[in-house]
Design a binder for this molecule. Structure first.
Ligand SMILES: C[S@@+](CC[C@H](N)C(=O)[O-])C[C@H]1O[C@@H](n2cnc3c(N)ncnc32)[C@H](O)[C@@H]1O
Length: 185
């Protein structure tokens, strides 16, 4: 997408309020703790706030500046950038509730993933992977409405391990949680 088009879309973007996918990812955080955590596409800040209770240092990023200004669940360390591009450290846990819908074009940055629901997720994951600490865990949400196996194959092509750890059926789609780790080999 041209930069000027993206800027126009971002000006109109609104905060994504916590929904089924947000709560499903929040469920996966139970029992997880550590030093540092990163919430990519933090939106309202709901998940960033959940992480704050068990991680010492938590950062949220979002490509939409409007969203960060309007956040319902305000947190301290929020950065407006693409995925993890502005960061120079590694994290014990990275989470992302991806914009995963398969769409011909990106109209809503909060939900639209581009062709096969892969275009934007691949961009986000590609930026996130170098920021995962050696023993770290990266959890993202995707859906049966996107080519989630294509996404898993993409992660594996980068020499990481990726597996589905949970699924939840909604009436029109199945939410899928993928866990990514550094490959042991
Ligand atoms: C489905 S919403 C999830 C919001 C929140 N994490 C939640 O679970 O409720 C996806 C979020 O990702 C943000 N986003 C989209 N593309 C992004 C990118 N390339 N880098 C960072 N954030 C992005 C959107 O602005 C939106 O806030």
């Amino acid at each position: 997408m041209k930069l000027s088009n993206l800027q126009k879309k971002l000006e109109k973007s609104e905060q994504y309020l916590p929904a089924e996918d947000t709560f499903f990812l929040a469920d996966q955080l139970t029992g997880l703790s550590g030093n540092s955590a990163l919430d990519i596409g933090c939106g309202s800040g709901y998940l960033t706030n959940v992480l704050k209770s068990t991680f010492n240092f938590v950062v949220g990023t979002d490509i939409s500046f409007n969203t960060l200004l309007e956040q319902n669940y305000k947190t301290q360390n929020v950065i407006c950038c693409n995925s993890a591009d502005a960061l120079n450290q590694k994290f014990d846990l990275i989470i992302c509730n991806l914009p995963y819908l398969a769409t011909d074009e990106i109209i809503d940055v909060a939900t639209d993933g581009g062709k096969d629901g892969l275009e934007i997720p691949i961009e986000i994951i590609n930026s996130a992977l170098p920021h995962l600490s050696q023993k770290g865990k990266f959890l993202f949400v995707t859906s049966s409405l996107s080519d989630y196996m294509g996404l898993i194959d993409f992660v594996k092509s980068k020499n990481f391990e990726a597996k589905i750890i949970d699924k939840k059926k909604l009436f029109y789609e199945e939410l899928i949680i993928v866990q990514v780790n550094h490959s042991l080999s």
